[in-house]
Design a protein around this ligand. Structure first.
Ligand SMILES: NC(=O)c1ccc[n+]([C@@H]2O[C@H](COP(=O)([O-])OP(=O)(O)OC[C@H]3O[C@@H](n4cnc5c(N)ncnc54)[C@H](O)[C@@H]3O)[C@@H](O)[C@H]2O)c1
Length: 371
């Protein structure tokens, strides 16, 4: 079999539940939801007894991910078996070298500014195995990601078929991880899809709403698939946030400024929102009114959160990612600033999260929980 092995046929919601396609020895477990948005919950669930019967009938089954209705939300049940015959793998995945001791990693947004760094970082680690490079960039489809990034051939072709790769990797490996640096418009669907397939999401893409985060946390907990949403992978930023929380006890006035390159789509940055949330967790109201303010230019005073904290976003070419927390008190200011000069600053945090996400229970939000 060449190319996308399962494509949009999984899970489609059509066909007989739990049938074995002997042509390519795969088990089809239809699930509800659209083909584009698997929910991981079967319409016609395969019972444990049914699954056992299937395995008896079909001894050649390779690792099988069956979604079994346990009377509650989706749960993944893994049944080990023989490895998928190489001849039935898609061309791009033949020769996958993942072993029990390596973590298979899919990088989504692999050709982007962050994704390319992640591909390089993953390729350089002996315990990580790059198994898929997903990106929608039309010109790169089918080309080797390593060659495109000047790393030499990695035998991983760029593909835009995220769902096909999630399906494949979920059936070939346990504990696979999907790293996503794409776009705020698609990150929610990507994260849900990964969880539905039992692949651990490591989400760097910012812009998830509080409601979406709640929903993903709920979904990952019910599916027993550890997940991490990390608005900033820099260790220095975690230190800034901890210092800001310590300072917040002593100051009632604070404003946050985040500065980014002008290719950033969302504002304020997810990191800045996270910093504000941490300051708010201290349990105080900031910036009590001193004078009645009037803006002659709308937005001049930034965005104000219900806590009173004001957030300001600057976008300029030449910047990478920077944040200031400025506290004010009688006769003094106290400024904390963090500067990311290069995206390599994020890689230690990304690698650490990849290695830890498989052991998480539910969804973790923020690198500070993993340090
Ligand atoms: N968490 C962090 O530490 C951190 C650090 C930097 C950037 N970010 C965030 O990461 C995200 C990406 O940033 P960037 O600078 O790498 O962006 P970018 O525009 O350089 O890269 C995004 C890549 O995703 C690809 N893409 C877009 N939609 C896709 C889809 N549906 N499927 C697959 N690929 C798709 C694009 O083709 C592009 O190659 C942004 O949300 C940014 O704010 C987070």
């Amino acid at each position: 079999m060449v190319g996308r092995p399962f494509g949009k046929s999984y899970p489609s919601g059509h066909g007989e539940a739990g049938t074995v396609d002997t042509a390519d020895t795969r088990v089809v477990v239809p699930a509800s939801g659209s083909a584009d948005r698997p929910t991981g919950r079967p319409d016609s669930p395969v019972s444990r007894a049914g699954l056992s019967r299937l395995l008896e009938q079909e001894p050649v089954l390779w690792p099988l991910a069956a979604i079994i209705d346990l009377g509650g939300p989706a749960a993944m049940v893994w049944v080990s078996g023989d490895r998928m015959p190489a001849s039935s793998m898609p061309l791009t995945d033949q020769g996958s070298s993942s072993t029990a001791s390596t973590i298979p990693v899919l990088v989504v947004g692999a050709l982007g500014r962050m994704g390319a760094h992640v591909v390089r970082a993953v390729a350089a680690e002996a315990d990580l195995d790059l198994v898929a490079a997903v990106d929608t960039a039309a010109a790169a489809q089918g080309q080797d990601i390593g060659s495109l990034l000047g790393l030499g051939a990695l035998d991983v072709a760029v593909s835009q078929d995220l769902e096909g790769h999630l399906c494949l990797v979920s059936q070939q490996h346990r504990g696979a991880v999907m790293v996503d640096f794409t776009h705020p418009a698609v990150v929610y669907d990507h994260t849900r899809a990964a969880i539905a397939y039992g692949v651990h999401p490591v989400i760097g893409t910012t812009g998830l709403s509080p409601e979406q985060l709640d929903d993903l946390a709920d979904f990952s907990r019910k599916a027993s698939v550890g997940a991490a949403v990390i608005p900033n992978f820099s260790v220095g930023m975690v230190l800034l946030q901890q210092a800001a929380v310590a300072a917040a006890r002593f100051y009632d006035h604070a404003e946050l400024v985040e500065l980014h390159h002008n290719g950033k789509a969302d504002a304020p940055s997810g990191t800045c929102i996270k910093t504000a949330e941490l300051l708010e967790a201290v349990g105080k109201i900031y910036n009590p009114t001193v004078v009645e303010e009037k803006e002659s230019l709308a937005g001049s005073r930034g965005g104000q959160r219900p806590s009173g904290l004001r957030l300001h976003a600057l976008r300029l070419p030449g910047l990478v990612a920077h944040q200031e927390v400025i506290f004010g008190g009688p006769g003094e200011t106290y400024t904390l600033r963090h500067d990311t000069m290069d995206r390599s600053a994020y890689m230690p945090g990304v690698l650490k999260t990849i290695r830890q996400v498989g052991a998480l229970e539910g969804l973790v939000y923020g690198l500070e929980h993993l340090l």
